[in-house]
Design a protein around this ligand. Sequence first.
Ligand code: SF4
Ligand code: SF4
Length: 420
Amino acid sequence: MNIHKEYDAISQCNKCGFCQVACPVFRSTGHESGVARGRLALMRAIIEDRIVWSKTLEDPLFNCLGCGACTANCFGAVPTSDLMIKGRAQYLEKVGRKPIHTLLFDQLLPYPGRLHLAARAAAAGKNSGLSRLAGALGLLRVLGRDIAKAERILEKLPATPFRSKVKPGTYEGKGPDLNIGFFIGCGIDIIQQPVGRESFNLLKQYGKTVTVLDNCCCGLPARTYGDMNAAEKLARKNVSVVESSSLDLIVTDCSSCAAFLKKYDQILTPDTREPLRQFPKVIDMVEFLYDHRPEPPDSDRTIAATYHDPCHAVRGQGIAEQNRAVLSGLPGIEYREMAEADWCCGGAGSYALSHYDISMKVLDRKIKNLAAVKADLVVTSCPACMIQLSHGIRRNDLKTRVCHISEMVSGAWKRSVFPA
Ligand code: SF4
Ligand code: SF4
């Protein structure tokens, strides 16, 4: 990767500053280095040899959430988050990758079995208090600068992954003709299994068959980190998983995975792109539920629900109306729009592990808006957003429950709001 090739794109920035108002990092820190204009100026200075590659560039290059809000607010639509990823890729080449990323992207994420074992070990540590001890001793710092603080974001880690209970393979559904591939994101597999279960059952109502895929990580975390080779390797592996299958479409209930799977033609290089011709159309679960809404059971109680737009749904895929239409159409739901619903919650994958304090400032803004709308439920479609929102709700002692849109459509939300 060589960001010199991006000089023209970077130079499109006319320094107008319209991106300031939309940037969650800038609005939280007030630092020009955190906004698109400052980030683009930095990359221009690197290309013009006014700044040399060194570890001091790590923070300004890596503290962008990649939310894309600046591009949406920029007349020239300068793709700052994509340019930052290219800057990170060159940083890794010039300054080096961290051993933890080599372990994660090369040894764990391509192999679901190894990832499950690591998750089991992490669950055992977390649920027994061992990770707190490791944090106190500073051992967790090898994983990332702020990991010891960020460790409290997850309340509990389930001991068994989703695919240990619902094994990869093909299951009979009740539908007439659709053969659906169910792509399991790492967040659903390891942390949000109840969501996976509801999505799986909903897909079985419409698919003639539902195939739980033996996929690995979609590659988004590697790409976000700037590790283009690891991202491409993961994408190739996933493309090969569905090779010569007769799937009509692939559905995933993680909007971040969906956005990235839809971009595989840009991730694979021209010489590895050929098998992609066989890759079925990818659909976000939100889009699937919009097209295939089951008749929901009546409800004799009404609760207020609001929606948080994941960045990878609203800006990554242009999904903004379908989710609201699905939610407002459910009986017993009074839909309330929250202010700045499409602002990043600060989760951004593993952002809080490395930038906990900024992540919490961004989250506080989201939680303030959530508290103001006085909703019983906040609904979304990305496991990372669910984790971050739940953490913000606990930190602020709110009573709001976080649900995935699949849990809303299936009616599972009632179990958490009205326990028997
Ligand atoms: S809005 Fe676009 S053109 Fe204006 S300063 Fe920001 S990135 Fe540059
Ligand atoms: S992608 Fe988001 S965090 Fe990064 S500069 Fe743009 S608005 Fe700010």
